[in-house]
Ligand binder design. Structure first.
Ligand code: BGC
Length: 751
């Protein structure tokens, strides 16, 4: 018998009789040579039933009746079991930094990364990892150990209020970036979630949206993104979302939580609910929900007293309670949290170093959409520059919702909302990073002034008197609401037209959480998409404008010409539904019955650029698109067949400046109607330099879902080397061996 097996048996036997444990007894859960699952098992066996029951439901600190000295205002708290070293779970939102919505912890700041979309636009998993590692380190120093991060919902609707927080419309890109960010967070021996399983694609009445989609489409799109993120990032927890999928609420959806997550993917961690997303006890527990989060936001403490009742009545087996706790503890041990508890008090944080991470991600993600006559990069010799609108004198816009970070440097502008589903927990917030100051610093000899957006005529007059006019267009988005329109609000289109009419060198810088409409596109020579660029956004925008760094971001989502091109031009909501507080179903019932309504995702797996291909629509800007300040050539492309297919190509920088290019591979395997992104490489080349690169084709993108599971059909597959979803440099064929892959999680090519 191996030593490992002997130890396991000894550990289990010991743990089986807690009464026999005394101070000098072996504590097998501390034995680091055992697997996380075995250690968790011994802990579960040593816990009392009361202790177990307390670990499966969390509190929402701002509303919790039961307070404790250790609980601080944040998203969640679950008391642990100190006698066994089981940690209190201290949960914070953390998509873009350690969140502190509406300043619930007075004076507590953190480093704010740009929008998730900006990270995705970098097409650089290493940067996503750095962002996650930074957030995780700050969270740990602030004594949090569970981070509600890892949002990987695909952008199905350009107007979705939460697109900014996520990673775009492509399963491979989103899944890969989420995995990297989760690995970064968890490198700090704390836990990250991945969220929100699944199809939480619309914010309007999100608790009532019943997302309808067929299994093949779901497996090949949103679930594929989750599979890639979970397999690559091994998040300790999966958060189920608010909405329903095919008739069942996510957090009581057996298909999602058990059939897919456990049976097919063998996920070992735990499923926590979103806040206010639980609707039952027995159904949820038996479907696979392991922990109710922020119970005060649900109609009832479903996993509190009601769980005990259901268990006593025999409606939930006791073994299920053990399983739930075991899953939580497996992640607590596997992440290293058990062996490296978070500090008891706050530690100091090197905010300057962390700000540099935020700036790097912003710079890598800013997308140059248009650049005629070489208007950009700006010449340092420009004498007179006028900045117009967008509060560019004081800061940059951020997205609203649970991801809101109170950034280092504070919020120069904060506007409370007076109505709408987000009003209770959201303010329109700017980070203290002034593009005006940053531009002045880069052009010390120029006269750089700021004019607000209130009067287009005044702005036009100022533009006329300047060499260059830069208009900052803002489009605010928030969790719990969808964008009422993709147009820039408050007359900004008129403003841009007026300024463009007055100065031929008008540059538009967009701060948006996704696509906006650009009726003025033909009247301006240059447009930069800066997303919500985070707490160093002003500096990042200035550096890209002046070419201190190349413009190097690529669009992680398609920008439509007009809403008519979208699968759903506006959010779906029946007239009968009015929700004032989408954070909680308690709020929802106060204003109307909890009657779900269907949203048919008829585009199926043809999300984003694949939808445009299917409809033969040409967007304003395609997925993957972004200009550089230099030009590249792609030559000697070879398409390499075999079980590990790839594309080799020689890339040359033809220009006079160093620059970044992101060649992309799209494949159209049998069983797929249109091309899918299957690989990419972000590379920087000096002027005149060339490099031979190999871009592996991710074989997961060659597989299609059939009723019996994944299959790669043997034969020739069309593959293209491209610089965006629509711009193909070379097309070839690869021969692919057939494979029946079953229903399990798909292996990545590196494994
Ligand atoms: C959001 C989650 C978030 C949770 C806790 C919910 O409204 O959907 O993403 O983690 O709140 O703040």
């Amino acid at each position: 018998m191996s030593t490992q097996v002997t130890r396991i048996i000894a550990a289990v036997l010991l743990a089986a009789s807690p009464a026999s444990l005394s101070a000098k007894d072996v504590e097998p859960w501390k034995d680091r040579s055992l697997s996380a699952s075995v250690r968790a098992d011994t802990l579960v066996k040593a816990m009392t039933e009361e202790e177990k029951l307390a670990y499966i439901h969390g509190l929402f600190p701002p509303m919790a009746k039961q307070q404790s000295a250790d609980m601080i205002p944040s998203a969640g708290y679950v008391p642990g079991v100190p006698r066994l070293g089981i940690p209190n779970l201290r949960e914070s939102d953390a998509s873009l930094g350690v969140a502190n919505q509406v300043e619930q912890r007075k004076g507590d700041v953190a480093t704010a990364l740009p929008a998730g979309l900006a990270t995705a636009a970098g097409f650089d998993p290493a940067l996503a990892y750095q962002g996650g590692a930074m957030i995780g380190a700050e969270a740990r120093a602030k004594t949090f150990n569970i981070l509600l991060a890892g949002g990987v919902n695909l952008t199905r609707d350009a107007w979705n209020g939460r697109n900014f927080e996520y990673l775009g419309e492509d399963p491979l890109l989103a899944g890969t970036m989420a995995a990297a960010a989760i690995n970064g967070v968890q490198s700090n021996h704390i836990i990250s979630t991945v969220k929100h399983l699944a199809l939480n694609a619309q914010e309007t009445a999100r608790i009532l949206v019943d997302a309808h989609i067929d299994e093949k489409s779901l497996r090949e799109s949103d679930l594929l993104a989750f599979d890639i993120a979970i397999r690559g990032g091994k998040p300790g927890s999966v958060m189920c979302g608010y909405n329903l999928v095919n008739g069942d609420w996510n957090c009581e959806n057996k298909f999602l939580l058990t059939d897919v997550l456990r049976t097919d993917w063998h996920y070992p961690g735990w499923v926590m609910s979103d806040w206010g997303a639980v609707h039952s006890t027995q159904k949820a527990a038996l479907a696979g929900l392991d922990q109710q989060s922020g119970q005060e936001l649900d109609k009832a403490p479903y996993f509190g007293e009601l769980f005990v009742k259901a268990m006593r009545a025999g409606d939930i087996p006791k073994a299920r309670l053990d399983e739930m706790v075991h899953r939580i503890l497996t992640s607590v041990v596997a992440s290293g949290l058990y062996d490296n508890p978070t500090p008891a008090t706050e530690q100091s944080i090197d905010y300057a170093t962390n700000a540099a991470v935020a700036q790097r991600i912003a710079e890598a993600g800013i997308v140059l959409l248009k650049n005629e006559r070489g208007v950009l990069p700006l010449a340092k010799r420009a004498k007179k520059i006028v900045l117009i609108g967008g509060h560019a004198d004081v800061g940059v816009l951020s997205g609203g919702g649970s991801s809101q970070v109170r950034s280092v440097g504070g919020a120069p502008i904060e506007i409370p909302l007076t109505s709408g589903a987000a009003a209770s927990f959201v303010r329109v917030t700017y980070h203290n990073s002034s593009p005006l100051k940053a531009i002045r610093a880069l052009a010390p000899d120029a006269d750089v002034q700021y004019i607000d957006a209130s009067d287009p005529a005044v702005a036009a007059a100022a533009a006329k008197a300047a060499d260059v006019a830069i208009v900052f267009g803002t489009h605010w988005q928030t969790e719990a609401q969808d964008a009422p329109s993709l147009s820039l609000p408050d007359g900004q289109d008129t403003l841009i037209e007026a300024v463009a009419g007055a100065n031929a060198n008008t540059i538009v810088v967009l701060e948006s959480g996704g696509p906006v409409l650009m009726p003025w596109i033909n009247r301006v020579p240059a447009v930069l998409e800066a997303w919500y660029p985070g707490q160093r956004g002003g500096e990042a925008i200035a550096r890209v404008l002046f070419g201190e760094v190349d413009a190097s971001g690529r669009l992680p989502m398609t920008f439509p010409k007009d809403p008519g091109q979208l699968p759903r031009p506006v959010p779906v909501i029946p007239a009968s539904v009015t929700l004032t507080n989408a954070m909680s179903d308690a709020g929802a019932t106060a204003t109307g019955p909890m009657v779900p309504f269907k949203v048919e995702y008829a585009e199926g797996a043809d999300v984003g650029y694949r939808w445009y291909a299917r409809k033969q629509e040409t967007p304003l800007f395609p997925f993957g698109f972004g200009l550089s300040y230099t030009q590249f050539s792609y030559s000697k492309t070879s398409f390499n067949s075999g079980p590990k297919p790839s594309v080799s190509v020689t890339v040359r920088n033809l220009g006079k400046r160093s620059g970044v290019t992101v060649p992309q591979i799209y494949v159209t395997p049998a069983g797929q109607s249109s091309a899918r992104l299957a690989g990419w490489k972000r590379l920087t080349l000096d002027p005149g330099a060339s490099k031979r690169i190999i871009i592996p084709i991710d074989t997961r993108m060659l597989a299609s879902w059939e009723p019996s599971g994944w299959r790669i059909v043997a034969g020739q597959v069309k593959a293209s080397l491209a610089t965006d979803a629509n711009r193909i440099e070379t097309t070839g064929k690869i021969n692919v061996p057939g494979q029946v892959l079953g229903t399990g999680s798909l292996r990545s090519p590196e494994e």
